[in-house]
Every structure is written in C-alpha cells, then in structure tokens.
Design a protein around this ligand. Structure first.
Ligand code: FEO
Length: 403
C-alpha cells in the first residue's frame, strides 16, 4: 500500500525508509535506519526528483503509481547518481516508455558506468542555470560538484521556492511518520545524526560546500528537500548556519571531547582523573569515548562539534594504538582542521605514540597542540600525575579563555 506525504498541493514525498540496513555504504552504523527521499511534482508535465535505494523499490513504485493516479511520468531528474538514489532508473524507463531522464553530462557518464541502458532519445542534458518548465512549475538547475560527487546538481523550483538539494542537508535516521523539521525535536533527536552524516559523507569537501552555499545564497528558498532525513520548511537559518560552520571546519561549541584507547585500564584511569579535574574546575558537558568500542563515524561527528580534543592512547607495535590510528587517518582524509588538541600516551618500555600522533596532527591544518604532552609508563604514578594536572590546567585555560 502506498505511503506518501504532501510537501505542497502539487509536490509529494514518494520516498521510504530502511530500518533493516545495519551499515550505510557498508561502513556507517545506522541504528535509527535511513530515509531515501524522492519527490514527485504534478503539473501539465510530471517530474520525479531522484529515485531510491533498491531495498525499498516496492514501496517506492506503489507511492509513485498512487500519486500519478493513472498519469504517465514525463521526467526523471537525476540530481545525484549514487546508487542509493538511482537504483530504479531502469525500472522507471521500462514502466514509462516516454520518460525522459534529466541530467548533466557527468550524470549520463555515471549512468552508463553503473548500468547497461539504451538512453538514445531518452535524455535531456542540462547546463548550469538551465530551466525545465513543467507548466506552472519551473525547475532551474545549479551544479554542486563534489558535494559530495562530481555530477551532483540541485534543482530549484521557482514557483513554490523549493530547493531539491540532493545529499546536502541530509541525515541518517529513518522517518517516524514525521517528515518535516517542525514535526520533530531536531536538536534532541536528529542533530547528532545530521552532523555525523555531514562529517563522514560530505566533510572532506568543505570548500565545495562553501561554494554551493554561496551560489544558493541568492535564491529565495521556502523549503529544502534533501535525499535523506527531514524536509525543512521552517527555521532554515538554523540549518544553513550549521552547514556554514561545518564546511568552514569551525566548531559548533567551545567544548571538549575526550577519545581514548586503553588496553588494561591505565590510560582510561588517566582520562578519568583528567576529566574529573576539569569537571572540578567547572567544565561541563565533557564527552568521553573509548575509540575501541565507539564507531569512528561517531568520533568524527563529535570532533566536528567540539573546539577541543583530548587524544589518549597506548603505544602499540612501536606505533599508535590501531583504533586511534584509524581515527587520525580518518580525520586527515576528511580534512578536519582548526582544533586544539591535548595528547596523552602510554608505553611500558618505549612510549612513542604521542610523537606519532603529533606528527599526523601536524599534517592537518591549524591543529594546535597543548603542552605538556603527558607520558605514562604503564600506569599513573606521582610524577606523571603532576604532568597530568598541568595538562588539565592548560586545557581548562584554553577552554575558558575569552577572545
Ligand atoms: Fe545518499 Fe551520495 O548518496
């Protein structure tokens, strides 16, 4: 049975949710599931904006046929050619023999790479700023290359001021019936997953997101319809501000997230003493994560949120503890920058983890390392406790400095 929601009188959400998938992209845990959004515009011509993942094809086609109510589908706009949004192109072409696919030259290159389709006579190729009239509705196309794939474009519907934004402004998380941002408690229930989605999926491409934000800043937008997560029809400034901060690698909060690896509990013990000292001094809402048991995508999300970072880990095989090394590689790959970092290492005979963590951080931009760097030999003793307190004081001073 179809399950749709109206965006406006003539625009319908025809997507669906997958609550069974464990790992998005076979990488990122999604315990809250994920939504694949697709939108159908009914006018003199009918146009579908993107399709969905193959896991929800049955629901998707029921939604489309119910909404079309016997009409043909004239256009499929492919804003993004990643398979979680384009798995149904071939089925649509078969079911609607006069359907035209709207995309840019890179879109069609990717369609041919992924699928064996005969596109002859079935394509409409658009350039930047081209328009497609559907009757009263007009879609205008703006390219957003590398947000986060090269073919990505967005479509702006001029009469109802709706931006179909591809993956931009999306989030992990299945919809609970509530589709719109004003139907949910976004700060409480969605923000962490929206940040984790941005940081891990799009985070590497901050300059390209900045370029897209600049390009779209001249548009009068009432509604943002992304391919995942909630549809935004109010408080757009909230969302745009988050995207502006994230894409400039500016933290959302002056706050500290502490990430540690610990084999036998001694590094963890030092972290507990450090954070208790910070709390005694008045620092609130300290976040602490064990990098061995917390997925790296969650850690990345928290680093996007916080201004300060503590990395604490043992030396392992003469190198950095593997789970911490994985995080540092991910931070570098995602271009994370502009954070203040405290380092703590452990090593029973040749501690070298901190030196190697510092070297990796120095390969990133604007990473400020606090002094002292604390070295523990096996477990915390009186002399290293002094050094740990000194680091706590430096961290406190940096967290509370006014500038
Ligand atoms: Fe949701 Fe980039 O695909």
């Amino acid at each position: 049975m179809h399950c749709t929601r109206n965006i406006t009188d003539s625009v319908t959400w025809v997507g669906g949710c997958d609550r069974r998938l464990a790992l998005f992209e076979n990488l990122f845990p999604i315990p809250r599931g994920v939504a694949y959004n697709s939108y159908l515009i009914l006018d003199e011509k009918t146009a579908l904006i993107d399709t969905v993942d193959s896991s929800i094809s049955r629901q998707f086609f029921e939604n489309i046929f119910a909404t079309l109510n016997g009409r043909p589908l004239d256009y499929l706009v492919v804003n993004h050619m990643e398979p979680d949004h384009c798995a149904n192109i071939e089925d649509l072409m078969l079911r609607f023999p006069n359907l035209k696919i709207v995309g840019n030259p890179k879109t069609f290159t990717f369609i041919q790479q992924f699928y064996d389709l005969n596109l002859e006579g079935r394509t409409v190729t658009v350039k930047e700023n081209d328009a497609l009239s559907l009757g009263k509705h007009t879609l205008r196309f703006y390219f957003a290359p590398m947000v986060h794939w090269p073919e990505v474009m967005v479509a702006y519907e001029e009469s109802e001021r709706i931006l179909f934004s591809a993956d931009a402004f999306g989030s992990f998380g299945a919809l609970n019936g509530n589709l719109f941002n004003d139907e949910v408690n976004f700060d409480r229930d969605w923000l962490a997953d929206a940040r984790r989605y941005y940081g891990n999926i799009v985070g590497k491409y901050g300059p390209q997101v900045q370029a897209a934000l600049k390009k779209l800043s001249g548009l009068d937008i009432d509604t943002i319809c992304p391919l995942h997560g909630t549809v935004w029809r109010s408080d757009l400034g909230y969302l745009l501000e988050k995207y502006d901060l994230w894409s400039r690698y500016e933290p959302e909060e002056r706050a500290v997230t502490v990430i540690y690896g610990s084999m036998y509990g001694d590094t963890e013990n030092a972290v507990d003493i450090l954070t208790a000292g910070l709390a005694e001094a008045g620092i609130k809402n300290i976040a602490v994560y064990d990098c061995s048991s917390t997925h790296v995508s969650t850690l990345i999300g928290e680093i996007f949120r916080c201004s300060h970072l503590v990395l604490a880990a043992p030396t392992y095989n003469n190198g950095i503890y593997p789970a911490m090394l994985n995080l540092l590689h991910d931070m570098k790959a995602l271009q994370l920058q502009n954070r203040t970092v405290a380092l703590l290492e452990n090593g029973s005979w040749a501690p070298s983890c901190a030196k190697q963590m510092r070297a990796l951080l120095e390969e990133m931009e604007q990473m400020r390392i606090l002094e002292p760097v604390v070295t523990i030999r096996s477990s915390l003793k009186g002399d290293t406790l002094e050094s740990l307190y000194a680091l706590k004081d430096a961290l406190y001073a940096s967290l509370t400095e006014t500038n």
